[in-house]
Design a binder for this molecule. Structure first.
Ligand SMILES: [Zn+2]
Length: 326
């Protein structure tokens, strides 16, 4: 990855792309209607089922939840909110101030640029040990390179949005190219997982344009900026990542935190960071989308072919060909 100073999120990612070019040949804002409904008000969620929760009058019933296995002091999840992305609402006070949905002390953990071998599984392990949940914004190419890791993210009940196809700076692209970057990234997540995920999007380096926000609005995709950027991509030591997030949270009191599961230092920092969040009294809010994202068929088909022809869902193989004796 080199040791030179990296000043923007794009610097290190282009290095990673170069690496991957060698290691991998690809196998193949107008908010009209928006609502955040609180589907869970109290208690801690220790086990999230990816299926829709049983609800009574719009509120999930959570009479009894099993404690976090092996960790009675776990951070857990204090509240789950569901976002109606109709009209493409934006979140994160760095750019979007319309929806201040977090209470004092509440934190949303978000991780960009994965899935990545080693680092993403380490982040997942740290989250699982604290029985807590996050939102992931994977890069389309990375999802296609490592679909098994993205499937693990989904299987563990985290929310998954998207973060373009190749992490291009969309503010510098022609509109049609930028839209292709967005939609190919959305389809890559669907194809890698075999199912569409949350209708959430984050711009690379948070560089958006009014025109693209209008496009996302028309596509009913919610945009996530951040309340505090950890700048973890500039850090090599895990303690720097912990200090960055903790000090920024102390200043803001709550917020959507931007980190990168792609980053090694972050993957090492997470166990200690989560302990410090717990001991400081922060509460984790899990954010879900009311509806899955609508992908565009042309990109689904293009990427399905690249992934191996015919189907994107590896489970389909098991339903077609099954060992009955050996
Ligand atoms: Zn990024």
């Amino acid at each position: 990855m080199g040791t030179r100073q990296q000043n923007s999120e794009f610097d290190w990612l282009s290095e990673a792309a170069d690496l991957n070019g060698m290691e991998h040949r690809m196998r193949a804002a107008t908010v009209c209607v928006m609502a955040i409904s609180i589907t869970l008000m109290t208690g801690a969620v220790w086990a999230q089922n990816r299926a829709a929760p049983a609800s009574v009058g719009g509120l999930e019933t959570l009479a009894q939840r099993p404690a976090c296995p092996g960790n009675p002091e776990a951070l857990g999840v204090a509240r789950v909110v569901e976002i109606d992305t109709t009209g493409g609402p934006g979140f994160g006070f760095e750019h979007f101030k319309a929806y201040d949905f977090l209470r004092d002390g509440e934190v949303v953990l978000t991780f960009d640029d994965g899935p990545w071998p080693g680092n993403t599984p380490a982040v997942l392990k740290a989250l699982a040990e604290q029985c807590t949940k996050a939102v992931f914004f994977p890069i389309g190419k990375h999802a296609m390179w490592h679909p098994e890791i993205l499937k693990q993210v989904a299987a563990e009940g985290h929310t998954i949005g998207s973060h373009t196809w190749s992490h291009a700076d969309l503010s510098k692209l022609a509109p049609d190219q930028a839209k292709e970057e967005i939609d190919k990234g959305v389809s890559a997540v669907r194809v890698a997982l075999g199912q569409p995920e949350a209708s959430f999007f984050r711009f690379p380096a948070l560089r958006h344009s009014p025109e693209l926000l209008t496009y996302l609005s028309a596509r009913n995709i919610g945009t996530f900026s951040t309340d505090m950027d950890s700048f973890d991509f500039k850090m090599r030591k895990p303690e720097q990542v912990v200090a960055s997030v903790v000090s920024k949270l102390k200043k803001h009191g709550k917020g959507i935190v931007l980190m990168h599961d792609f980053q090694h230092a972050t993957s090492l920092a997470l166990p200690e960071l989560l302990v410090q969040l717990k001991t400081s009294g922060y509460k984790i809010v899990q954010v879900k989308a009311k509806e899955p994202v609508q992908t565009l068929a042309e990109y689904d088909q293009q990427l399905e072919k690249e992934l191996g022809g015919g189907t994107a869902d590896s489970r389909a193989t098991l339903s077609v060909v099954r060992t009955i004796s050996e």
